[in-house]
Design a protein around this ligand. Structure first.
Ligand code: AVJ
Length: 315
């Protein structure tokens, strides 16, 4: 794991345009910061999706079109703290469905906490956590022949550039059977004055989340990053609907990373791209789905039309 981290860091920092994979945000501290982000007044995404789940859980479940008498697998990619999913799990219990809830997450810490919390709050739900990244899980889907409903919420897909998202959804679709469903949460394109504060909150939690990546490299890779040498610098291209987060070097300096055995130079104003958060509309999503076996069947939105949960079916 550490070796892969070191390799990814070396790859990213050796490019002309430096970058780091956003999946490394999520260590114990990053998980806690992300939970804090979800509660920020500026971070509308979680609240909008929560509203959809609170008010439309029964309709969403109906759109799954699962047979009440037949066991199915409810698989959540990037489950995190599972707050929204709880609404669905409760409703599924009420309606008497037979299923296992299989949360998948890159963070073992988040999975352990989720399992403990569900065991306490919803003891009837059978929870079978899986630790790993999304791509690793795809293969293992093939090994089970039960009907499946995949949850990919929170606009987590937005971390993938469109081509990667398309490949990922293609692979996901090809590992599903017809009538399996994918519930895909997608943040919708809107104006910069709503989006920018969500990635640059007043309290500085998102900034701390971004800086945590530097601290994680210091701790796990014996790097010498000084957070005082960087600014948190989010951007949003309103026309394209793409938000990006950067760490921007305040001065010319260099950083040693013991685990890679290298020294990396940073120029004043030079940026490390740490995250992409793509925003969607029906057209963008349809284009991404074009090469896949998945088609849009339903769309659930919040009252402000900030966020959408799409139901996709393998055709
Ligand atoms: C969990 C990937 C959806 O991109 O909005 C929040 C992560 N980054 N604030 C997002 C995040 C900074 C989030 N996703």
């Amino acid at each position: 794991m550490i070796e892969q981290f070191a390799k990814d860091v070396d790859d990213g920092l050796s490019q002309a345009e430096k970058k780091l994979p956003s999946k490394y945000f999520y260590n114990k501290k990053g998980d806690a910061l992300f939970v804090e982000i979800m509660q920020l007044p500026e971070y509308y995404l979680s609240r909008a999706e929560m509203e959809i789940f609170s008010e439309q859980a029964a309709d969403i479940i109906q759109a799954f079109k699962q047979d009440k008498g037949t066991y199915f697998e409810l698989i959540e990619l990037g489950a995190g703290d599972g707050t929204k999913t709880r609404k669905l799990l409760k409703q599924l219990q009420i309606e008497g469905y037979h299923y296992d809830y299989i949360p998948v997450d890159i963070s073992k810490n988040a999975l352990d906490q989720l399992e403990a919390a569900l065991h306490k709050d919803l003891p009837q739900v059978s929870v079978k956590p899986k630790h790993g990244d999304y791509f690793e899980i795809l293969e293992s889907l093939k090994n089970s022949h039960h009907p499946k409903v995949i949850l990919f919420l929170g606009s987590n897909i937005g971390n993938m550039p469109d081509e990667i998202a398309s490949n990922f959804l293609y692979q996901l679709g090809s590992n599903l059977s017809s009538h399996d469903k994918l519930l895909l949460g997608a943040d919708l394109i809107k104006s910069a004055d709503v989006i920018m504060p969500a990635y640059n909150d007043k309290k500085g939690v998102t900034k701390a989340f971004n800086f945590n990546l530097l601290q994680r490299m210091n701790e796990e890779l014996e790097a010498t990053f000084d957070i005082d040498n960087f600014d948190h610098a989010p951007e949003y291209d309103e026309k394209q609907g793409i938000a990006k987060s950067f760490l921007k070097s305040k001065r010319n300096h260099e950083v040693a990373v013991n685990a890679t055995g290298k020294i990396y130079q940073f120029k004043q104003g030079e940026k490390i791209h740490t995250e992409t958060s793509r925003k969607y509309n029906d057209k963008i999503l349809s284009d991404i789905l074009q090469k896949t076996d998945l088609t849009i069947e339903h769309k659930f939105v919040d009252k402000k039309h900030y966020f959408a949960d799409y139901i996709l079916q393998r055709h």
